[in-house]
Design a protein around this ligand. Structure first.
Ligand SMILES: [Zn+2]
Length: 85
């Protein structure tokens, strides 16, 4: 069995890229059993969808690319920081 910390890492990895099926299953099962990780995963997916929304909004606004990048970066930082406790 993986530790919560590892599951959290996997959950964030999953946002970036597709994980093997067996690992996704393992994460899913852990999330069903572990309240803390479940709550964290929910938060993370909420932030992720906010980020996507933000990206959509930004693409319709004619902001300079560096500014978009900066905003995206600070969002990602916030996501990572919340996983570092
Ligand atoms: Zn857990």
């Amino acid at each position: 069995m993986r530790q919560c910390k590892q599951i959290i890492d996997l959950v964030s990895q999953q946002m970036e890229s597709k994980l093997p099926w067996s690992i996704r299953m393992e994460v899913k099962i852990h999330l069903l059993m572990c309240k803390n990780c479940h709550r964290y995963a929910k938060q993370l997916s909420f932030m992720q969808s906010e980020l996507n929304q933000l990206e959509k909004n930004l693409s319709s606004v004619s902001l300079a690319t560096p500014a978009k990048k900066r905003i995206k970066q600070s969002f990602k930082l916030a996501i990572n920081e919340s996983s570092n406790d």
